[in-house]
Ligand binder design. Structure first.
Ligand code: TYM
Length: 316
């Protein structure tokens, strides 16, 4: 019997942070034991915020090295980049023709941009449709993501249902997988950890960076309990242990932060070391990405042939 499939993606829009890791990437490593995986570096998605070719290239390679360093096994997980598979943008167009504007106007990301009076490009508006194509081309069972992507997976399911209703059963409906405890990893200011809020702890941070980030954690507290420090600490130390320590050291923010720095360093060191080893052979890492793209292409092309047949454009 063939294995079940998981699929997910990450934008090469900067360095992954521990929110990306605990919210999503860690699940990829765990799921690869039982599932066949597809993990996509979604470079076309990142274009809406990144318009610097050099930085884009560097980020794509950086995310690839990150994936290898956290332990994704290319034999179990197909790692590829979105722009290698033209079927993603092709299918997006077909989905565009069955998706209404009022429906997409309900998307959180669009509503947020509108509320902030930002100039909204069509790519940002269309973002969830491209994400639906990313997912549906590979018929995954599970899509492991953080809570901020829940609505996008729901939109993906709606688009699949709409297509199936109009053209006949074609796409499998995927399930989102959102880990309750890490659905929203908070940043150093207590809001969701996010590159755009500048409140991140990079996953492969050097010691000094960890220190600087932790020292900047906002210590709003009740009864000497710094909840923002604790919220990050509990990602890497069992709560049973932590609760006692935080009770004993109530109000001693500096000490608690120092402990968090040491714990983060202990957690990050092996990841950082592994990443440095992969950095030494970038051509080898790129070969993995390219081979992943070739494998993904075959699957995407087969699905797209089915879609062309369903919509009636295959006349030869
Ligand atoms: P992106 O690149 O913003 O984030 C990658 C993954 O990290 C999760 N995440 C978090 N989880 C918990 N707490 C946080 N503070 C936190 N910040 C980020 C995100 O939920 C995500 O799972 N649209 C997607 C990329 C994408 C995708 C896909 C995902 C494109 N196509 C297909 C799955 C399937 C995004 O922007 O993720």
């Amino acid at each position: 019997m063939s294995k079940k499939i998981f699929l997910s993606g990450i934008q090469p829009s900067g360095r992954p942070h521990i929110g990306n890791y605990f919210g999503a990437m860690k699940q990829f490593v765990e799921l690869q034991q039982e599932y066949a995986g597809f993990v996509i570096i979604v470079d076309y998605h990142a274009l809406h915020s990144l318009r610097d070719a050099k930085e884009m290239r560097e980020n794509i390679i950086a995310v690839l090295l990150d994936f290898l360093a956290i332990g994704l096994d290319p034999k179990k997980v197909t790692i590829f980049k979105q722009s290698d598979i033209s079927e993603h943008t092709e299918l997006t167009w077909i989905f565009d023709t069955i998706t209404t504007m009022p429906y997409l106007m309900r998307a959180h990301a669009f509503k947020d941009a509108l509320a902030k009076d930002k100039e909204i490009d069509v790519g940002t508006f269309n973002y969830p449709v491209l994400m639906a194509a990313d997912i549906l081309l590979y018929s995954p069972d599970l899509v492991p993501v953080g809570a901020d992507q829940k609505q996008h997976v729901e939109i993906c399911r709606d688009i699949a249902m709409k297509f199936n209703n109009v053209y006949g059963e074609t796409f499998k409906l995927p399930e989102p997988m959102i880990m309750k405890d890490v659905a929203v990893v908070p940043g150093t200011d207590g809001r969701k950890m996010s590159k755009s809020y500048n409140n991140t702890i990079p996953l492969f941070a050097e010691y000094e960076e960890i220190k600087k980030a932790v020292m900047s954690i906002v210590t709003d507290s009740v009864g000497g309990f710094p909840k923002n420090v604790y919220a990050i600490h509990k990602l890497i130390r069992p709560e049973g242990e932590l609760k006692k320590i935080y009770e004993e050291k109530a109000g001693k923010y500096k000490e608690l932060k120092e402990m968090l720095i040491e714990d983060l360093e202990r957690f990050i060191v092996p990841l950082r070391e592994k990443r440095k080893a992969f950095e030494k052979d970038i051509p080898k890492a790129l070969a993995i990405l390219k081979a992943g793209g070739e494998k993904a292409k075959k699957i995407a092309a087969a699905k797209m042939a089915e879609v062309r047949e369903k919509v009636g454009v295959n006349v030869y």
